[in-house]
Design a binder for this molecule. Structure first.
Ligand code: FE2
Length: 421
């Protein structure tokens, strides 16, 4: 007898009436009318069974610190960085671990089972690195946490940052990070990109840099990132995060840049909730949207994911680990309102992000780990529209979180007694 059989599910690609059979934590069959018995059979009632949500860009060392030591008054990225600088010396390893674990609890209830988190390596004690490495082990049974060594205050600008970053990698951090637009000069920014890509090539690491997170159209480090990705043969292994300056760049320059990125196999991550609030703060009216050119990057064949970036920290007061909220904001900011556009936004928080993280065995197909989410929705667009309730979250074939269906009672004469939300 197998462990689990899901009956009558709808998959994100539109297939309906699908059964999913699981044995020993793995999917063994995905088909209509599977003839098998299982320890647990669940009727999906034609609702959406999706692979888990994946957050391609997050900061778990700062999450849930909102208001300490004070609130970001200007709402800008730079005040957020300054505030984080004030907060960092006050953090203990225990407090970072406790907050990160609390956030992972939220994530699991929302069906978010893989997160790429940057971790600040600016502090020579590497307290946050130690804390998040510990958290990565704690959550391993139920959530894949991938860590990026992130020199928040600049690789060349901040004394000791390169050494700290290398030590973080040696301790077990997975990915090489960077922040070229925060170096002292554009030349230093370009040099940091070169150094970090060469380090990643030497150590066979993935790269994910905060890149051009500014409204300045002259911030063009993504061009250098694409150049070194191509030069070093790092295609599909290098990601530019944020890329907000692209929003303000000249169209003629972007017409050259996007094909260069596609040629170099550079991935892109937009963080719609955060950059719609952080960017454009010096504009009067019209105010720019602070998001990179998502549909144009996708049309060029570039893998584009959406990240949550921040939840209740010096940069963002809100958030709950709900990647459907992220997808909805990305959809609105990029005006991706066609059927194909809305489906692409769902993919930006699932399959596209999984590809960028290079997750092994992701997706609802035979042979993969039995990780999936049953949603109170008919399809991916319906899921975004309703920020659909995650009825059941499965990890390796076991239910690890459940939320009752969202149904409101209605007390209006002549109308139904309840409404599904
Ligand atoms: Fe970020």
């Amino acid at each position: 007898m197998t462990d689990l059989l899901i009956r009558n599910a709808t998959l994100p690609d539109g297939r309906t009436g699908i059964d999913v059979l699981v044995a020993h934590g793995r999917i063994v069959n995905v088909a209509r009318n599977i003839n098998a018995a299982a320890g647990l059979t669940i009727d999906a009632e034609a609702q959406l069974l999706a692979p888990p949500f994946v957050d391609a860009h997050f900061h778990m060392d700062s999450t849930l610190t909102y208001g300490t030591p004070r609130v970001n008054q200007s709402g800008t990225l730079l005040e957020g960085i300054a505030l984080w600088g004030e907060l960092k010396p006050q953090l203990t390893q225990e407090s970072i671990v406790a907050r990160a674990l609390a956030y992972c609890d939220w994530a699991v209830t929302k069906g978010l089972l893989a997160i790429r988190s940057h971790v600040d390596v600016g502090d020579p004690s590497l307290r946050a690195v130690e804390a998040l490495l510990h958290v990565r082990e704690c959550v391993k049974p139920y959530l894949d946490l991938q860590l990026v060594a992130f020199p928040q205050d600049g690789l060349l600008r901040s004394p000791g940052a390169l050494d700290n970053l290398k030590r973080a990698l040696a301790m077990g951090v997975d990915v090489v990070g960077g922040i070229p637009h925060c170096e002292r000069t554009s030349a230093d920014g370009a040099e940091s990109v070169k150094l970090l890509c060469e380090l990643a090539a030497k150590e066979a690491r993935l790269v994910d840099m905060h890149c051009d997170e500014t409204d300045d159209p002259q911030s063009r480090h993504v061009e250098t990132l694409a150049f070194h990705a191509q030069r070093l043969g790092l295609q599909q292994r290098v990601t530019g995060s944020h890329l907000t300056s692209m929003h303000s760049m000249d169209n003629d320059y972007v017409a050259k840049l996007i094909p260069l990125m596609a040629d170099a196999g550079v991935n892109a991550i937009a963080n719609p909730l955060i950059n719609i609030t952080l960017q454009g703060r010096r504009d009067t009216y019209p105010k720019r949207r602070g998001m990179t050119r998502v549909p144009e990057l996708m049309a060029a064949g570039i893998d584009v994911a959406f990240g949550h970036d921040c939840v209740m920290d010096p940069w963002y007061a809100l958030g709950s680990g709900d990647m459907l909220e992220v997808a909805a904001m990305g959809l609105h900011v990029a005006q991706m309102t066609s059927q194909a556009g809305m489906r692409a936004c769902f993919e930006a928080v699932t399959v596209n992000a999984a590809k960028i993280l290079q997750l092994d065995g992701y997706g609802i197909a035979a042979g993969n780990r039995a990780d999936f989410v049953l949603l109170q929705a008919g399809d991916p667009i319906d899921a975004i529209r309703r920020r659909a309730t995650r009825l059941k979250v499965f990890r390796a074939g076991k239910v690890i979180a459940e939320t009752p269906p969202s149904i409101a009672k209605l007390h209006v004469p002549g109308r139904p007694e309840s409404v599904a939300l």
